[in-house]
Design a protein around this ligand. Structure first.
Ligand code: HEC
Ligand code: HEC
Ligand code: HEC
Length: 145
């Protein structure tokens, strides 16, 4: 029951204003790059459907034409640790982990998929001046090709 409440709270971002102030809503770290055209509320509710394995397509036929790559999620949603480098899902504060712990959701995706961005993207993230949203989009597009 408590878990259901947490999930509802997260998915609909219901009491966002007050809940956040009272620490009832998980701390969602800020992303880089352009926001989702579908909006954050849509992403909260649907992200798990967008990334589903189409086993026949992706794994067996090596279909690279995937709209939502998990590599891209962990790039824009990278969270910097004490050393200023992106942290893995094993560390506190990781974008996916923070929210899932709050809602008591467990995923096994990161047993196989990297929970940190690639070295190239990390270098771009660390650059001074910081990359623009367009540069990030261009990089992610390359990643997909
Ligand atoms: C047993 C290992 C394994 C697990 C566990 C796993 N995947 Fe994958 N996944 C793969 C492999 C292998 C590929 C194809 C190679 C690639 O593109 O990286 C793939 C490809 C994908 C893709 C398309 C390519 C990309 O870069 O995103 C998505 C999306 C994806 N997985 C999402 C998930 C999600 C979400 C979970 C957890 C619910 C998950 N995977 C769990 C092995 C795994
Ligand atoms: C091009 C960069 C980019 C990519 C790629 C990206 N996101 Fe986002 N995402 C954002 C931005 C920007 C926001 C708006 C909130 C913010 O500024 O932190 C956001 C918001 C979200 C939210 C809502 C957070 C909240 O406020 O509660 C979720 C959930 C989310 N993204 C999941 C994902 C997942 C899962 C993937 C991969 C399938 C992904 N995102 C890929 C940039 C990105
Ligand atoms: C704003 C909060 C939030 C963020 C951020 C978030 N998730 Fe989720 N995620 C949820 C909630 C809540 C559920 C459970 C929904 C349900 O059970 O109906 C969920 C479920 C999932 C599931 C399905 C699990 C299952 O057992 O069916 C996957 C896969 C997933 N998330 C992947 C990710 C990945 C990968 C990231 C980071 C890139 C991420 N999520 C970030 C809130 C979030």
């Amino acid at each position: 029951m408590k878990r259901l409440f947490a999930i509802t709270l997260v998915l609909f971002g219901l009491f966002l204003g007050t809940a956040q102030a009272e620490g009832l809503y998980p701390d969602v770290p800020k992303a880089v790059g352009n926001p989702h055209p579908e909006g954050s509320a849509f992403m909260r509710i649907n992200h798990m459907k967008l990334m589903r394995h189409d086993r026949d397509d992706t794994m067996h036929n090596g279909n690279r034409d995937v709209k939502y790559s998990i590599k891209e999620c962990v790039a824009c949603h990278a969270v910097k640790g004490p050393q200023g480098l992106p942290i893995s899902v094993k560390e506190e504060g990781h974008f996916c982990k923070n929210c899932h712990e709050f809602a008591a959701v467990k995923i096994d995706c990161f047993q196989c998929h990297n929970s940190k961005p690639t070295e190239e993207f990390t270098a771009l993230l660390m650059r001074d001046p910081a990359p623009t949203a367009d540069e990030i989009s261009a990089y992610l597009k390359e990643l997909r090709e």
